[in-house]
Design a protein around this ligand. Structure first.
Ligand SMILES: [Zn+2]
Length: 376
């Protein structure tokens, strides 16, 4: 399976300036090429290369290989949406291949810039070290909050899949982030409290509107999403470990319905929850795949209204957010656990909606790399 490694670069001041210049020039060249591509309605690398290669090299002083990558980036973007001309921000990603970016052991990367080839120090975690050397040909140079990263797609080994002996059903929610059919649940309380605290701070800072307030806000946002991601990593790891240890698979609700089910859809909270659900599912999926644990998706219709004991389905069965009481057989249960048992018992639907990677959109340069990271 494919995963994305995020490698932080540690350039000195001169190297930093060179990288930034390279990024700016590269994207200016992309905009120039995009104009022609759109005007002539041309999505052919070959045709654009023939027409643009020399003028772009001359005008922007780009190397041969970076010029070719710029053309390729434009073609990719234009193919995605031919209805409008693509624009590239000055700090958009620069696409590299092994001829212009290579790793020097585990400590440095050799990278082509407008100042020529530079050897830039890099910082990697253990996870990255473990996986270096499995990289494919391409790497993206990105700039996030003033820090340069190289993103590399690697092939991660997966365990042979285990034929599951039963399934753990997992219900995702807002109050309880995840509840499983064994009765174990992971509270969202800590997350929710942090979110609320951040939300208050954000409101106060937004009213302020100064430059330093904006910076502060950015930091808060980063902390919040890092907190959520860590939480999702912990929960997904525990669920996958349990499934593996007991020889079972994992069943989840198909995701698009979870979004519909959250009642306060338009609010900030729902937006966050929607994203967080998606992230948690993705983490469960890729960790499970790595361990050979089967993941299946079920239709979530009425999972929270159906009685897991007698099957009776009625809205009135769910007394409160947390309490389930069947009006037919009188069974009393925790509402999330009842839903999780239903999920475990349901037949799986064919096509999972969620992608197996946290994000596989390396070519979508607008995405921020921290969303791509998959540690732990
Ligand atoms: Zn019942």
């Amino acid at each position: 399976m494919k995963t994305v490694l995020q490698i932080k670069l540690l350039p000195d001041a001169a190297q930093y300036a060179a990288l930034k210049d390279t990024m700016r020039v590269f994207n200016e060249a992309c905009n120039c090429i995009a104009e022609v591509a759109f005007r002539e309605q041309c999505a052919s690398k070959f045709v654009l290369q023939k027409q643009m290669y020399d003028p772009v090299r001359k005008q922007f002083g780009l190397s041969a290989q970076l010029t070719i990558r710029a053309i390729a980036k434009v073609v990719d973007a234009y193919k995605r949406d031919k209805s409008k001309q693509c624009f590239f921000k000055p700090a958009g990603a620069v696409v590299y291949d092994q001829r212009i970016l290579s790793f020097k052991g585990l400590e440095a990367v050799s990278i082509l810039t407008v100042q020529g080839r530079l050897t830039v120090a890099m910082q990697m975690g253990d996870y990255q070290r473990l996986h270096m050397g499995r990289g494919h040909g391409q790497a993206d140079l990105v700039l996030v909050d003033g820090v340069f990263y190289v993103l590399v797609v690697i092939e991660t080994p997966t365990a042979p899949s285990i034929d599951p002996n039963g399934f753990i059903g997992v219900d995702l929610g807002i109050v309880q982030i995840a509840s499983d059919s064994d009765g174990e649940s992971f509270s969202g309380e800590a997350v929710e409290n942090t979110r609320r605290r951040y939300h208050e701070l954000r409101k106060a800072l937004q009213a302020n509107g100064s430059r330093s307030a904006r910076r502060h806000l950015q930091r808060i946002r980063r902390n919040e999403s890092r907190f959520r991601r860590n939480q999702n990593h912990v929960i997904s790891r525990k669920l996958v470990e349990k499934a593996k240890d007991t020889g079972r698979g994992i069943k989840l609700e198909q995701l698009k319905y979870i979004r519909e089910r959250t009642t306060v859809r338009k609010s900030d909270r729902a937006k966050h929850s929607g994203w967080s659900f998606f992230q948690l599912q993705s983490f469960i999926e890729y960790k499970a795949k790595r361990e050979g644990v089967a993941v299946q998706y079920v239709n979530p219709r009425n999972t929270s209204r159906q009685c897991a004991a007698c099957g009776h389905t009625e809205k009135a069965n769910r007394k409160t957010q947390s309490r389930f009481q069947c009006v037919a057989c009188g069974r009393v249960a925790n509402a999330d656990q009842n839903a999780a048992i239903n999920i475990a018992a349901r037949a799986h639907v064919n096509k999972p909606i969620v992608a197996c990677n946290d994000d596989n959109g390396l070519s979508e340069h607008s995405r921020k790399p921290r969303r791509l990271r998959q540690g732990n």
